[in-house]
Design a protein around this ligand. Structure first.
Ligand SMILES: Nc1ncnc2c1ncn2[C@@H]1O[C@H](COP(=O)(O)OP(=O)(O)OP(=O)(O)O)[C@@H](O)[C@H]1O
Ligand SMILES: [Mg+2]
Length: 369
């Protein structure tokens, strides 16, 4: 199958006087796995409903495969939607749920049989084809709705938080499944979620939304490593945020003075001048923690000392909160690469050093004085 292109052009949407989408534009490529990620109420479902044809924008245009489709009803758009709550017919078997739209099209019996078997097989439910929705688990029900949406051979599949009703393990399983199905059928997926890990793990690109606008559109790597602002940095994974004033600029680094940590070196990833005010973020997994001061012969390493305030063991890593002597609370994630380690264990209230490479900081805001 061939994926459709989706071109959202300057779309705004008001409900009465409330503006829910504010002049947003985006071009989604054929076959892309594209995610809309943002907090509750930011307008994700509204945008999806506009693309599907269930809602009209107040202004702007929507092109599917280069053609404006605003005047077309949902069933003429080559788009299908999967909802969070499955929306299956309870009185119909898996087979009949999946066959439903083909029966409406009055296809012959043999064609229906073959196609339903093909799509039920695609979502790996062949052993459950005669069951009714009440006899299926949540994950199986969602597989039925995937098969039912795909059997219409849409060019674009819209998925509105399709996994949010499932528990964590099933959610992960079905996400891998969706990724596999996307690879096999090759159509465009637009996936709505407020779970950043979900979006990061499967998307080609992600649009981070807030209050009806896109704050950043990029690959998971771009959004994680180069967040456009503080909101994106915080929303996508954890971060430490430090404010400071530029003291001196070097070729690749800047020295900044911070009220909470004294002077530190940061990577010069944006043009800066002396006296600029900057906001810098640091990812907790890029920080190091130990009881002994590291050898600081490398000039671009920053090191501060503090006390362990919190320690949460998660199995794969430990999350520390360390309060520096000046009162700044640092989040640090320490990966457990080895079970037996010669390092001295760290625990609550220990005095520790934390250090990080200046290359691993990222400037998210610059204000010129
Ligand atoms: N039919 C409607 N009438 C009035 N207001 C609406 C309507 N639909 C949505 N809204 C409002 O628009 C805003 C965006 O809603 P939307 O459902 O698009 O958010 P969302 O990003 O999908 O949130 P969630 O993650 O909770 O699903 C909300 O403030 C919501 O109350
Ligand atoms: Mg929603």
């Amino acid at each position: 199958m061939i994926g459709g292109t989706v071109n959202v052009k300057n779309i705004s949407k008001y409900f009465d006087s409330a503006r829910v989408l504010n002049d947003i534009s985006i071009e989604i490529k054929s076959g892309e796995f594209f995610s809309l990620l943002g907090p509750s109420g930011c307008g994700k479902t509204t945008l999806l409903r506009i693309i599907a044809g269930f809602e009209m924008p107040t202004s702007g245009d929507l092109l599917l495969d280069e053609e404006s489709v605003l005047s077309k009803p949902p069933n003429q758009r080559h788009v299908n939607t999967i909802f969070q709550n499955y929306a299956l017919f309870p009185h119909l078997s898996v087979f009949e749920n999946v066959a439903f739209s083909l029966r409406l099209k009055k296809l012959d019996k043999k064609t229906i049989q073959n196609k339903v078997e093909e799509y039920v097989g695609l979502v790996q439910l062949q052993d459950h084809i005669g069951k009714y929705p009440a006899q299926l688990s949540g994950g199986q029900k969602q597989r039925v709705s995937i098969a039912r949406a795909l059997i219409n051979e849409p060019r674009v599949l819209l998925l509105d938080e399709p996994l949010s009703a499932l528990d964590a393990k099933l959610r992960h399983e079905l996400l891998v499944e969706l990724d596999r199905i996307h690879d096999i059928i090759g159509i465009t997926f637009i996936y709505v979620t407020h779970d950043q890990e979900e979006a990061m793990s499967v998307s080609d690109r992600i649009a981070v939304m807030k209050d009806g606008v896109f704050l950043q559109i990029g690959t998971p790597f771009e959004i994680y490593e180069s967040p456009s602002d503080l909101f994106v940095a915080d929303f996508i994974g954890a971060s430490n945020t430090i404010q400071g004033k530029v003291v001196e600029i070097y070729e690749k680094y800047a020295r900044i003075n911070t009220p909470e940590l004294g002077e530190i070196l940061v990577d010069l990833d944006k043009p800066l001048k002396a006296k600029d005010h900057v906001v810098v973020t640091l990812r907790p997994e890029k920080m190091h923690i130990s009881k002994h001061c590291p050898s600081l012969d490398a000039p671009k390493v920053n090191c501060v000392s503090g006390t362990v305030e919190q320690m949460i063991y998660t199995g794969s890593h430990t999350r520390f909160v360390v309060k520096t002597d000046q009162g700044f609370e640092f989040k640090i994630f320490k990966q457990h690469a080895q079970y037996f380690t010669t390092e001295e264990p760290i625990t609550w209230e220990d005095r520790v050093y934390i250090w990080w490479n200046a290359d691993d900081s990222f400037i998210v805001e610059v204000k010129h004085p």
